[in-house]
Structure formats: structure tokens, C-alpha cells
Design a protein around this ligand. Structure first.
Ligand code: NAD
Ligand code: MG
Length: 383
């Protein structure tokens, strides 16, 4: 099989760096031909100098000079938000990996599909916001959408194309740093405490989402769209060890699970080499050393994110986009120490309550709901 030529949007982030590791690990299967980032010109240049992609994109145009100064070769350079769509579609590639935090990857993902590129999606936010549209566009062009989120990659592996025989999808959740913290002290939780994830090392936004369990809520909706399974059949179980990455129960009652160490290189590699598997240098599981694998029901009352997400997913329309956008604004206010930890879900709940969902929204209606929710969340936070 030939080498996959991959463009990485969000190359300087946690997923982007893991993707670069995979490319180093399986060089005859994966070649990075384009990289894009938001504003870290130095890091992007350093990555480019090492990986030598033919194309580089920086969204922050004010830093283009800095990028050029730090490059020691001359790749094609794209800039601005427009540049993201261009690098996703104009560069000769087989696959585009969307690893941008938040929703900025949506238009580039659609541009990539339109250009016939296979899509690997880490950015769950774009599937929460516009999963129906992304999946419909991909299906219309026969473009595979490969999940990189570890749970969805696990489900994709377990399903192996048999989505119609599914009884339940069981998403595992580590429970985050506050799995055992009494709800009574949630209002004293600091940013530093929220950023200490017990099992995964990730960017700040998703780390806070893992602490509130909004991450799992977003993932429920993500699973619904990726696999075409109704929300009622998507469940969550707490699994503190993060070894079982998710499970599928089939109509005959058999359950398949995917296990590995908690390292994003596993799902990234599978997305790149699918449908094949190839050897790598990642550490195998040693079952003699795994003392135990535990499972428990989430504390739904103490972590309202799960039920908010279930409601958003069930009502559908523009409500998932509203939940996602309000959460992004709330998380950044928390990270900037402008409000307490519980106010994240309180803000999201208030914004959702004020929204009138539009059924079967087109992209414009979704983008409008997203903008409305951001402004509404800012108002709620400022009040
Ligand atoms: P991160 O904060 O470490 O990196 C974010 C990347 O996105 C950076 O490269 C940044 O330059 C880029 N970016 C941010 N805003 C942008 C914009 N407006 N335009 C273009 N680029 C922009 O985040 P991360 O942890 O790597 O997460 C990326 C995505 O992957 C998120 O959607 C997250 O939910 C998802 N994800 C991450 C992990 C993980 O282990 N980190 C696991 C599963 C899913
Ligand atoms: Mg995940």
C-alpha cells in the first residue's frame, strides 16, 4: 500500500504533535505534506523545518514574517482563515486531519471533502455543531470520515462497518480529575486543578471539558452523527484507567471493546492506515501489570454536562451548536479565571434554555446559532 499524504490542521497542538510522532514512527505509511496552525509561528516553522511539508499555513497573518524568518526552506505558504480551506483542498494529499480546537475546522473540513480528500477528525466540536452536514457531504462523495477521538476510533474498530446490528454504544470516560470530588467543593476548584488530567495529556480546552464531563457529552453527540446511532442508544460509563477506549454491544448481546494504553498515537495511526494495521514502536499492553479495570455509573446530578448534551442531541437542530458554542465561551472565561468551575455548566444551561432550536438547519443557520450562543454566553457571564 502506498504512503498516505496527510495535511494536518492544528499541527502545533497536542493532537498535531502526536500525528507528527506517528509519521516519524511509520514513515513508509505516512507523509506529512501540509501543516497549519493558528498563531504560534515559531513552533510551526520548527515543525516545518523538521517534517519538510510542501505547504504551510498560518492563520494569524500578523505573524507571517516571523514564520518566513524561521523557515530554512521555501514551502508554499497559505495565510488566514481562507488559507486553511486552501491548504485543505489545493495541496495534493490523500487525507486531511482536522485537529483544530473548537469550530474553526468546519469550513476547511467541508472544503477537504469537496476536494475529495479523506477526512480524519479529532475536532469533535465540528461534528457536534454540524455533524449532519459533514456526514451528508462525505456520504454524497463517498469520502470516509475516520474518527481520531479515542472513543470513536475504538467504536469504529469494534463496528467494522456493521452499524445496523448495534444495540448500544458504550462510551468510556475517565471521570476526569474530580471523579471523586464532593460536589460541595466544586466552586473552589482552581484552573490549575482542572488542568491536571489523571490519564490523558491534552490541550487546555479539552482538559477542562474532561473535568466538567462536557467532553463526554460532546462525544455522545459526536458518536450519534459518526455512526448514525440514535442518542438513546449512546451510553456513558466511568472507567478511571482509560484502557478500554469504548465498547459496542451488538443485537445478540455480545460486546466488543478496544483496548490500548492512553496514547493518541494509537487512534491517529489507525485512522491513517485504515483499513490496514501496521507494526509500530508503541508499547503493548501488559495484562499482568494492569491490576484492575473498573467501571461505574457517572454522577449525573453532580456533572450536569452529560444530561445537557443528551438533551441537545435528542432535540437536535441548532441546539448542539448552541451547547458547544456556549461551552467554548464558558471554558475560556474559566481558564481566564473570570468565573468559577460550576458556572461553566450553569452558563451552558442558561444559554440553551434561551435558545429556540431551528430544525434541520443549513450551514448558515448553524453558524448563526453558534454566533448567537457565543454572544448570549458572554452576556450571561458578564451579568
Ligand atoms: P491544542 O490546544 O493542543 O491545539 C489546538 C491546535 O489548533 C493548535 O495547533 C492551534 O494552532 C490550532 N488552532 C486553534 N485555533 C485555531 C484557529 N482558529 N484556526 C486554526 N487553527 C487553530 O488542542 P488539542 O488537545 O490538540 O485538541 C485539538 C482537537 O482534538 C480538539 O477538538 C479536541 O477536542 C480534539 N481531541 C483532542 C485529544 C487530545 O488528546 N488532545 C483527544 C481527542 C480529541
Ligand atoms: Mg475522547
Amino acid at each position: 500500500m502506498k504512503r498516505k499524504r496527510v495535511v494536518i490542521l492544528g499541527a502545533t497542538g497536542s493532537i498535531g504533535e502526536s500525528a507528527a510522532k506517528v509519521a516519524r514512527d511509520i514513515p513508509d505509511r505516512m507523509e506529512i505534506v501540509g501543516i497549519a496552525a493558528n498563531s504560534n509561528a515559531q513552533k510551526l516553522a520548527a515543525q516545518a523545518n523538521e517534517l519538510r511539508p510542501g505547504a504551510v499555513c498560518l492563520v494569524d497573518e500578523a505573524k507571517l514574517d516571523e514564520l518566513r524568518r524561521n523557515l530554512n526552506y521555501q514551502p508554499q505558504i497559505f495565510a488566514g482563515e481562507r488559507g486553511l480551506c486552501e491548504i485543505a483542498s489545493a495541496v495534493e494529499a490523500d487525507m486531511v486531519l482536522i485537529a483544530i480546537v473548537g469550530t474553526a475546522g468546519l469550513r476547511p473540513a467541508l472544503a477537504a471533502i469537496e476536494a475529495g480528500r479523506h477526512l480524519a477528525v479529532a475536532s469533535k466540536e465540528i461534528l457536534v455543531m454540524a455533524g449532519e452536514i459533514v456526514m451528508r457531504e462525505a456520504r454524497a462523495r463517498d469520502i470516509p470520515v475516520l474518527p481520531v477521538d479515542s472513543e470513536h476510533n475504538a467504536i469504529f474498530q469494534c463496528l467494522d462497518g456493521r452499524a445496523s446490528e448495534v444495540r448500544r454504544i458504550i462510551l468510556t470516560a475517565s471521570g476526569g480529575p474530580f471523579r471523586q470530588t464532593p460536589a460541595g467543593v466544586f466552586s473552589t476548584i482552581t484552573v490549575e486543578e482542572a488542568l491536571k488530567h489523571p490519564t490523558w495529556n491534552m490541550g487546555p480546552k479539552i482538559t477542562v471539558d474532561s473535568a466538567t464531563l462536557f467532553n463526554k457529552g460532546l462525544e455522545m453527540i459526536e458518536a450519534h452523527w459518526l455512526f448514525g446511532v440514535g442518542m438513546a442508544r449512546v451510553e456513558v460509563v466511568i472507567h478511571p484507567q482509560s484502557i478500554v477506549h469504548s465498547m459496542v454491544e451488538f443485537s445478540d448481546g455480545s460486546v466488543l471493546a478496544q483496548l490500548s494504553h492512553s496514547n493518541m498515537c494509537f487512534p491517529i495511526q489507525y485512522a491513517v492506515t485504515w483499513p490496514e494495521r501496521v507494526p509500530n514502536s508503541l508499547p503493548p499492553l501488559d495484562f499482568a501489570k494492569l491490576s484492575k479495570l473498573e467501571f461505574a455509573t457517572p454522577r449525573y446530578d453532580d456533572f450536569p454536562a452529560l444530561n445537557l448534551a443528551r438533551r441537545a442531541g435528542e432535540i437536535g437542530g441548532t441546539l448542539p451548536a448552541v451547547l458547544n458554542a456556549a461551552n467554548e465561551i464558558a471554558v475560556s472565561a474559566f481558564l481566564e479565571k473570570r468565573m468559577s468551575f460550576p458556572r461553566i455548566w450553569q452558563t451552558v444551561a442558561q444559554v440553551m434554555d434561551r435558545h429556540r432550536s431551528v430544525a434541520q438547519p443549513d450551514l448558515d443557520a448553524i453558524l448563526a446559532a453558534d454566533q448567537w450562543a457565543r454572544e448570549e454566553a458572554r452576556r450571561v457571564i458578564a451579568a
